[in-house]
Each structure stands twice: as C-alpha cells, then as structure tokens.
Design a protein around this ligand. Structure first.
Ligand code: FAD
Length: 427
C-alpha cells in the first residue's frame, strides 16, 4: 500500500504543505508529476516554461535520489494517467496542494471522484497563498472587489495569526517509497531547450524597493514571479521576509492574492469583463496594429522596448507592462483579451489570475481598475521612468539612429479612446 504526493505548481520539497502531510501519512509516499497533455498540446516545442519545469523536476529527482527514492514522471491526460496508476499500485491516499484556476478545479474534482471510487482518500491543502477562498471576506461574507480594504483585512488577519509557520520536511524523508523510476529527458516529453531562461530571484536588491521599483533600467525588483508561479519558492517564506523588511513589497504579494481570490470567486473574468457595463465598447481590433504591438514596432520607444524585452526574455518590467497594456487597449482600441493571450504565450511568469486581473485593470474593465479616461502617455511615462533612455536603448539598439514615427498620434488616440469608451459604457 502506498500514498502519493502529486506535484503541480508547488515544485519544491521544502516548506511544501501537501508534501509535508503526505510524508506524515501511514504509507510510503511516491512523489509524482504529470505533464498534462491538455496543457502541453497547445504549446510550441521550445516553450521555456516546460523547460523550466523539467529542469526543476530534475533537481527534485536528484534530491530524492539521495534518500533512496525518486520522482515518478508521467505524461498524458491526467484522468488516464491516474487510471493506470490505480491499476499499477495499491493507492490508499493521495495528497496535493490546491490550485484555484477554473481548469484545475474541474480537473481535481474529477480526479478525486475517480480516486474515491477506488477507495482511495484524497487530501488537498492551501499552499499557494496565505489566505484562500473565503478566508478574507467583507463583513457580509461577500468577496472584496476593491484592493485597499482587501489588503487591510488581509493584514489584520495576518497579524492575528502570525507567525505563519513553515513546514520543514527534512526530518520526514524516511517515509518516502524506495524507488528508482526512470526520469524522462525533455525530448522524451516532446520538447526542446529554449534559449529563454528563468532568472534566479533575489531579495538583496529590495532596500529601496518603494523608490526604485518603477524604474525599468534599475534592477530593483525581486524576479520572484516565475518562482511563485511554479512554487519553486514558498510564499510563506517570502511573506515572512516581506513583513520584516518592506511594506511596499508585501503589498505587491497581497496584490497577487487579491487577483487569485477574484479569479476564484469570479471565474468569468478569464474571458469576460469583470464589469459588464463595458461590454458594449466598440473595439477596433485591427490585425495589423496588433502585429506592430506584438513585434515592438509602434514607434513609441517605451512600448517597443517593453515588447522586445518580452519577446526576447519572457519578462517585462511591471511599469512597462502597464504602459504597453494601456497602449494596446486605449491607443489602438484592441480588446484586452488579445493582449492577455499574447502575454500568456510569452511570459515566463504567466499566471492566469495576475494576467487577467492586470489586463482588466489596464483596460478599465476590471475590479478596482484604472478609470477609463486615464490614458497613459507613453512619452511622458518614458520621461518619468527612464529619463536617460537607458532601458529603451538596451532593447532598441537602433534608437540613436533616429527612431520611427509613432503609428498613432497620442492626443488623437487619447480623444478617440475616451469618446469610444464613453459611447460604449452601458449606464
Ligand atoms: P516584484 O516587484 O519584485 O514583486 C514581487 C511579487 O509580487 C511578484 O513576483 C508578483 O508575484 C507579485 N506582484 C507584483 N505586482 C503584481 C501585480 N500587479 N499583480 C499581481 N501580483 C503582483 N504577474 C505575474 O506574476 N504573472 C502575470 O501573468 C502577470 N501579468 C501581468 C500583466 C500586466 C498587463 C501587468 C500590468 C502586470 C502583470 N503582472 C503579472 C504583475 C507584475 O508585472 C509582475 O508580477 C512583476 O513585474 C514580476 O516581477 P518581479 O517578481 O520582479 O516583481
């Protein structure tokens, strides 16, 4: 008889709540990862995120091997993989950490049904966030849709409950199942190496985070986002660090949880406007304009530098993400879903809740969004946040040779956006 721990977006052995509880169970534990074909089939073969997952799993496997165990890696449709595992092993218990995305919730529900039909008990845990589901709600029990009161309640609850404990697993590894499963190469999974790589995160550059985080030429942010996305760090460790050191950094981690609970309570935001009053806006959705935006050839240096950084590295600085998103929705009048989908293809830190939340924020259609009449001027943003042009020159080497004309004039685009929004908003 065995237990399973199913890794998904929690790719670490230390301070992993589900793994911790699995190791405390009565049966030897088989750690498992499934490359889910339902997700992989839509990705290009050099997808950098698959490469990162594979590399991370390989490190986990090496660590497990030191204890006489190993990681079981499967590829297929999750339902079929579990069906085979049920036939192959006498599975008594399955442990996993919760994932709040609509697809994952549906998948997990059907897998739990399958397992329970075979007398196997399933246990799921909160690991990805400090507070989940209905833990932070308004006095009337409804979810918050405005960030600041959400944050205040979050902080109040955090300070009541702290210290948030971390879950050390190092003393428990003797409960791993002895095994020597073969570890597949990236090619065996159907992928190849990408030149784009996830950077390690850093907490050393955050001393002046509140002053420097908006300047894309300064390396002043943590680069934590892909690590939080795939769980190569524990959010509890990061929050405990932020509480001690930097309130502004902490408030960014709370934005992450804010958008996660919005997605949990309002799954329609994946495709639809949070505010349906914006459903009547007449988007231009011009394909050629969209291509210029994607390729970073709009003639606005701040927008173009951002898009080129994204295309080359899978990352874009937050300030620049706000500028390019506003530009797409307001200057080009292209609906946010197009931009969201492009970011989803390219971002190493792509996370459905944060991506949709921030895109809807930029478009003005989201909860607690930027007002529709606030149209960023990309040139003023450049003057404010990259005055010496260090960031733009890094991504646009031809900049000093004379840069192209903007594809649309700012004052014209701004007036057009405000008029179109005004006419489209359902009162
Ligand atoms: P830091 O400034 O060091 O922030 C620390 C952490 O706080 C981040 O890693 C992230 O987990 C969280 N965080 C910071 N800002 C936000 C925010 N606005 N919303 C939610 N969480 C935040 N972030 C993603 O993780 N995935 C996405 O798909 C994503 N898409 C975005 C799309 C748009 C249009 C915009 C404007 C922002 C998006 N962000 C997204 C938020 C933000 O840009 C990134 O989290 C941040 O740039 C990552 O760099 P960092 O880790 O160095 O950030």
């Amino acid at each position: 008889a065995v237990s399973f721990f199913w890794f998904r977006r929690d790719l670490r052995l230390e301070d992993n709540i589900g793994f911790y509880h699995a190791l405390k169970s009565k049966f030897p534990v088989i750690p498992l990862f499934i490359f889910d074909e339902a997700i992989l089939d839509s990705l290009p073969e050099d997808d950098a995120r698959v490469g990162f997952i594979h590399e991370t799993l390989s490190k986990i496997n090496a660590e497990l091997k030191l204890t006489g165990s190993s990681l079981l890696v499967k590829k297929g449709k999750t339902q079929q993989v579990w069906q085979q595992l049920i036939e192959e092993f006498d599975i008594k218990e399955v442990f996993f950490n919760k994932d709040y995305e609509p697809y994952a919730r549906e998948r997990d529900e059907s897998i739990c049904q399958l397992l329970e039909a075979h007398q196997c008990i399933t246990f799921s845990f909160k690991d990805q966030v400090i507070f989940e589901e209905n833990e932070i709600t308004k006095a009337d029990g409804l979810p918050y849709t405005v960030y600041t009161p959400y944050k205040n309640k979050w902080l109040e609850k955090f300070h009541q409950e702290k210290p948030i404990r971390e879950y050390s697993t190092s003393g428990l590894v003797s409960n791993l199942y002895t095994s020597n499963f073969s570890f597949p190469s990236l090619e065996q999974i159907g992928f190849v190496e990408s030149p784009v790589k996830v950077k390690p995160y850093t907490l050393d550059t955050l001393d002046n985070y509140q002053e420097t985080r908006d300047f894309p030429a300064v390396d002043a942010t943590s680069y934590l986002s892909p690590h939080l996305r795939f769980g190569t760090v524990s959010v509890r460790k990061m929050v405990n660090f932020a509480v001690k050191t930097n309130a502004v950094f902490l408030s960014e981690l709370i934005w992450r949880e804010f958008f996660m609970q919005i997605l949990y309570h309002f799954p329609k935001v994946v495709t639809q406007n949070f505010k349906s009053a914006y459903d009547g806006i007449q988007w231009r959705n011009n394909e050629e304009d969209f291509q210029r935006w994607c390729t970073g050839t709009t003639g606005y240096p701040m927008v173009d530098a951002g898009m080129r950084q994204l295309n080359e590295t899978g990352y874009m600085h937050n300030r620049v993400r706000m500028v390019v998103a506003s530009f797409l929705c307001k200057h080009l009048m292209i609906q946010w879903q197009w931009g969201e989908a492009y970011f989803a293809q390219k971002l190493l830190d792509y996370d459905l809740s944060a991506n949709v939340g921030n895109w809807q924020w930029a478009a003005g259609t989201g909860c607690d969004a930027a007002p529709y009449f606030r149209v960023f001027n990309p040139d003023i943003q450049l003057k404010k946040f990259d005055e010496k042009g260090i960031y733009i020159r890094k991504w646009i080497p031809e900049f000093d040779l004379g840069y192209g004309k903007p594809m649309v004039e700012h004052a014209f685009a701004r007036d057009r956006a405000i008029a179109t929004y005004k006419a489209g908003i359902i009162k």
